[in-house]
Write a protein that binds this ligand. Structure first.
Ligand code: PAF
Length: 292
């Protein structure tokens, strides 16, 4: 399948890190910056907008497509994660056939040892996603660090839907003194305001439509936060999901944007953000908005 697509298109697609590195070396001049968009494929408009932002700033854009096994704490979730390489390549080709694609097999990244390195992200990893998905951020840190070492980007683009991931990648870059600018990009939403995610494809049309409840709840909670404490708002969110037969709340948390620690007492000097994770039919959806 891969070879067929490669034969039909002049797009630079690489399945091995050594050939990718050789190619990048051959096209890179001293001034040319590399913009990098790491993805797990099943590309949607949100991913394409990250690529557009990269292309606007960098003469070379690299996109990786790799469903990283080490960041999945749940094997079922890994098994059902959508994989659509042919469609992804067609979307990238339509956007700009010069985008360099790196779509490695697991072996090319992990060389016989698909295991995570352990990271200390100064506590960012212990909140929210880290609490409910043990080991997830070690997996994310491991793959992002490897991809940065392989691609050697100047700028790397991440969506703010995974805000905790964005903060963790920034922390990893700072702690390891990596020479990469990590750029957080706005969340892309479907017409009903559901945050775009590859997982949305797993929803039935009805579930996808009704998933507007997630953003609606975030907006109402934001209004309530003006005159109520984080605890009161959290209890209100929990209550509003209590009798919902379709959507099950995993967590709602109002946290400091920088430390990701829960807001116990409001402070004027802090920037707060609310974070939510919800299950619908075993599919896990997350979203976040700023409370500024
Ligand atoms: O956000 C994602 O899609 C993934 O966590 C990433 C950054 C590509 C690492 O596998």
């Amino acid at each position: 399948m891969f070879a067929n697509y490669f034969n039909k298109t002049p797009m630079p697609i690489f399945y091995g890190k050594a050939v990718l590195a050789d190619y990048l070396k051959s096209i890179k001049t001293q001034e040319s910056t590399i913009g990098f968009v790491p993805t797990m494929g099943a590309l949607h408009q949100g991913h394409l907008s990250l690529m557009q932002q990269s292309m606007a700033k960098n003469p070379i854009t690299v996109v990786s497509i790799f469903v990283n096994p080490t960041q999945f704490n749940n094997p079922e979730d890994l098994a059902k994660y959508p994989r659509k390489l042919e469609e992804d390549l067609a979307k990238i080709n339509a956007l700009n056939p010069e985008i360099v694609v790196y779509a490695p097999p697991v072996e090319d990244i992990y060389e016989g040892n698909p295991a995570s390195q352990h990271f200390d992200f100064d506590g960012l990893e212990n909140q929210m996603e880290g609490r409910f998905r043990p080991g997830h951020f070690d997996g994310v840190g491991t793959i992002v660090k490897r991809l940065f070492e392989i691609v050697q980007p100047t700028n790397a683009y991440f969506g703010k839907k995974d805000f905790q991931q964005l903060q963790i990648v920034k922390k990893m870059v700072a702690k390891n003194k990596m020479n990469v600018n990590v750029i957080g990009c706005s969340i892309y939403r479907e017409p009903n305001k559901l945050a775009m995610s590859s997982r949305n494809e797993l929803l039935s049309p009805k579930e996808r439509h009704e998933a507007s409840i997630i953003y609606e709840t975030l907006i109402q909670a934001k209004a309530k936060f003006e005159n109520s404490s984080a605890k009161e708002v959290t209890e209100w969110v929990q209550k509003s999901f209590e009798n919902n037969p379709v959507f099950t709340l995993e967590y709602y948390q109002i946290a400091d944007e920088d430390t990701l620690l829960p807001c116990l007492r409001k402070s004027k000097n802090k920037k707060y953000r609310s974070f939510i994770a919800v299950f619908v039919n075993n599919i896990r959806l997350i979203d976040t908005i700023s409370l500024k």
